[in-house]
Design a binder for this molecule. Structure first.
Ligand code: DOR
Ligand code: ZN
Length: 434
């Protein structure tokens, strides 16, 4: 089925245009395109962007299908405007073998709502001791292009050095969860006045920053690339800025929750606010917003981390860290970056689509809105306003820290290779290949 998007503003700029999508591509861009036999989307007042790319998603399959599956997580992604997501390796079994990474890839294709790219583990069992068979995973049908022990830090410097060297020769990316474990033993919240007053064990900024600094130097010496997951401190921003100025191949992502929230949220002891790295101070969030605007931090990644009620509605120390992110990401970027004038819609396309696609070398995503390009697209209503209700989200889990908050802007449609995967709040299953 062809799709005709009528009256959209490309990147929120210029005059409204019609966009005809056929055979998975953008076929025509013009005014007053009249086409028979096309699904017509009335996009007046709406903004067309390249489909979003999330470098950091936890889909929980295999192993914790009670909290999320590739199918439900893909639906959440499509509804959030995503056309590609990277599924983290901390599943059960761990995605440290081609059997698991290929399964994730195949299941993503079967569901067909979003391109699910498996992330392979750097070390066997995420234990940080022995390198996983990265080459075999990279050569599988799932063609793993990013490796991470996320949830854990590759903390042994020699293992990290070898991983970077090996990744370099394979042409793949290592994404580091920067957390020196010796400094975060028992830690549950950002180390600062709030945690001290509340009696919560602190996770110091230095635990993140010392690994960022170390890995920048290891990447320099190996001539390799390193990507920093969920940057959370002003100091990390300074280190990434310094490393880039040295010509080191370092990139970094920031989550919507670290841009919007801070550790004042801990007052209630509600573990919905527990996340790793923890919510920092307001000054850190401000530095992260500025760094994202300036391109020091390259992109937004959700760290979408579904958890079961029993793993969240319990004492703070026992709760698991993580929060939902896919369906709220765009609105939070509009609230924290677009409304204050830090980014325009071109900038949103850059940080949510183009840069993440480029970091992992995707050639079908994050492409310009031009004739002949793959039709991986997101349509946004900038005037919409909506209130988050965890129970209404497509995720199986409900652990959103944004419950009952009202946000601007909403994704009204998502297209994956020309097929509508979400429209007006409904994810649309795999029709083309069914
Ligand atoms: O908050 C987090 N949750 N941070 C991580 O690094 C892992 C993630 C998870 O898997 O729940
Ligand atoms: Zn992580």
């Amino acid at each position: 089925m062809n799709v005709l998007i009528k009256g959209a503003l490309l990147y929120g700029e210029g005059e409204p245009v019609d966009v005809l999508v056929a055979d998975g591509e953008i076929r025509q861009i013009g005014t007053d395109l009249g086409v028979v036999d096309a699904e017509v989307i009335d996009a007046r007042g709406q903004i067309l962007l390249p489909g979003f790319v999330d470098l950091h998603t936890h889909l929980r399959e295999p192993g914790r299908e009670d909290t999320e599956t590739i199918e439900t997580g893909s639906a959440a992604a499509a509804l959030g405007g995503y056309t590609a997501v990277f599924a983290m390796a901390n599943t059960n079994p761990v995605a440290d073998s081609v059997v698991v990474t290929d399964h994730v890839w195949r299941r993503g294709r079967e569901v067909g709502l979003v391109d699910v790219y498996p992330v392979g583990a750097v070390t066997v069992g995420l234990e940080g001791k022995q390198l996983a068979e990265m080459g075999t995973m990279a050569a599988g049908v799932g063609a793993v292009r990013m490796f991470s022990d996320d949830g854990h830090c590759v903390h042994d410097p020699l293992i990290m050095r070898r991983a970077l060297e090996y990744a370099n020769s394979l042409g793949v990316l290592i994404a580091q969860h920067a957390e020196e474990p010796r400094l975060t033993k028992g830690a549950v919240a950002h180390e600062g006045p709030t945690a001290a007053r509340l009696g919560l064990a602190g996770w110091p900024r230095a635990a993140e920053e010392s690994i960022v600094a170390r890995d920048a130097l290891l990447a320099r010496d190996a001539g390799a690339r390193v990507h920093i997951c969920h940057a959370s401190t002003a100091g990390t921003v300074e280190l990434v800025k310094w490393a880039k100025a040295q010509g080191i191949s370092i990139t970094a992502e920031v989550t919507p929750h670290h841009l919007l929230l801070d550790d004042s949220r801990l007052e209630t002891y509600d573990a919905v606010n527990k996340v790793n790295p923890p919510l920092r101070e307001a000054s850190d969030a401000a530095a992260l917003r500025q760094a994202l605007a300036e391109g020091i931090i390259d992109c937004v990644a959700t760290d979408h981390a579904p958890h079961a009620e029993q793993d969240k509605c319990c004492e703070f120390a026992a709760a698991r860290p993580g929060m939902l992110g896919l369906e709220t990401a765009l609105s939070i970027i509009v609230r924290t970056m677009v409304e204050p004038g830090l980014l325009d819609w071109r900038g949103v396309a850059r940080v949510m689509s183009e840069r993440p696609a480029a970091i992992v070398g995707l050639d079908e995503h994050g492409r310009p809105l031009e004739v002949g390009e793959p039709a991986n697209l997101t349509l946004v209503d900038p005037e919409a306003s909506w209130t988050v209700r965890g129970k209404d989200l497509a995720s199986i889990s409900n652990n959103t820290p944004f419950e009952a908050m009202t946000f601007p802007a909403r994704v009204t449609a998502t297209l994956l290779r020309g097929r509508v995967t979400a429209r007006d709040g409904k994810a649309l299953g795999n029709r083309a290949e069914a």
